[in-house]
Ligand binder design. Structure first.
Ligand code: HEM
Ligand SMILES: *[C@@H]1O[C@H](CO)[C@@H](O)[C@H](O)[C@H]1NC(C)=O
Length: 329
């Protein structure tokens, strides 16, 4: 009996350390990660975000989308911020981000201030995560604590967009699959799609629905005709003017879940929005979110926290960049 105690003990300690280890893997990030090293970080980021959004309301949408595009490609590692180099085209110069993704200068401004007060401490990936949260709050969404401690990656490849970021032509099964690949349920996919309650789009992302749906040279019959007529005015056939943009919903505030109300009225802008009506489960969630915006806002905040943990680098992985656009040499 006595002889067995040490082995029992070590078994217990093995189980315990496995449990503790898996806890760490589940949440390697911590709320208040910078409390001893850069106490003002969240205050400074928020100040820059608020300043930018007051000047240009659209930046709330932009910064929220930036976090999504960062996290779905190589995890939340600020790969979205790296500039292309002579030998490699970066994510930001892929068709999915250029010219549509904006707000990089807001992150640069926050980073510049942080380098003055706590040099080399705060990752660009964490700044993007804080800025997305602040943007959601500014746009009428629910605030949430952002677990931090992400490190910055050293690679950004435009070629990694396909297969990781969904195109606007995806149907519900394709969206469900792509979000499942990232660990999200179908319901979380519907919840996160509500990000399209903010912002705008270029004509090229939906003009096939107006003029050549599925190669038929006809309009997508599922689009509300009045809405389609209005979109055609804004986006004449063949015009791919990068300066023309169309609002995503009629009421660009997170407060009202207007995205889901629009979808129910066949006024979802992309195929990937409208398609949520084509399966019973997702159609139910659309109706539920339209009816209950407060519940949706809470689900959205939780899903953003989860998204912010995707494939993060922590500890001694990656690096802390000095300039968010370039890796350290
Ligand atoms: C579900 C799959 C998704 C697809 C297929 C998709 C696709 C797109 C496309 C094509 C645009 C317009 C780009 C342009 O032409 O200007 C766009 C914009 C936008 N997306 Fe998504 N997206 C998805 C999910 C999300 C998620 C999860 C979020 C955030 C949580 C998000 C936030 C936004 C925002 C805010 C904009 C407007 C950006 C601006 O005004 O600058 N999207 N999206
Ligand atoms: C319509 O779409 C089909 C297939 O997507 C394409 O092959 C064709 O060239 C398009 N026609 C026009 C006029 O854009």
């Amino acid at each position: 009996m006595i002889k067995m105690r040490p082995s029992k003990l070590s078994l217990v300690s093995v189980i315990l350390s496995v449990l503790l280890f898996s806890q760490c893997v589940l949440s390697q990030l911590q709320v208040g990660f910078y409390k001893d090293t850069c106490r003002l970080v969240e205050f400074i980021v928020k100040e820059e975000v608020v300043k930018a959004i007051i000047k240009d309301r659209g930046l709330a949408a932009a910064l929220m989308r930036m976090h999504f595009h960062d996290c779905f490609v190589r995890g939340c590692d600020a790969s979205i911020l790296l500039d292309s180099t002579p030998s490699s085209i970066a994510e930001k110069d892929s068709f999915a981000n250029n010219p549509s993704l904006r707000g990089y200068e807001v992150i640069d401004n926050a980073k510049a201030r942080l380098e003055v007060v706590c040099k080399g401490v705060v990752s660009c990936a964490d700044i993007v995560a804080f800025a997305a949260r602040d943007s959601i709050e500014m746009a009428g969404g629910l605030g949430y604590d952002v677990p931090a401690g992400r490190r910055d990656g050293r690679t950004s490849l435009a070629s990694e967009i396909i297969g990781n970021l969904p195109p606007p032509t995806f149907n519900v099964d394709q969206l469900t699959q792509m979000f499942a690949n990232k660990g999200f349920t179908q319901e979380e996919m519907v919840t996160l799609s509500g990000g399209h309650t903010l912002g705008r789009s270029h004509c090229s992302s939906f003009s096939d629905r107006l003029y050549n749906f599925s190669g038929t040279l006809k309009q997508d019959a599922s689009l509300d005709p009045t809405y389609a007529a209005k979109l055609k005015q804004q986006c004449p056939q063949g015009s791919m003017d990068p300066n023309v943009v169309v609002p995503m919903t009629s009421t660009p505030s997170i407060a009202d879940a207007g995205y889901y109300i629009d979808i129910l009225a066949n006024r979802g802008l992309f195929t990937s929005d409208h398609t949520l009506l084509t399966s019973p489960a997702t159609a139910n969630q659309v109706a539920e979110n339209a009816k209950n915006p407060i519940q949706w806002k809470a689900k959205f905040a939780a899903a953003m926290v989860k998204m912010g943990q995707l494939d993060v680098l922590t500890g001694s992985e990656g690096e802390i960049r000095a300039n968010c656009r370039v890796i350290k040499s």
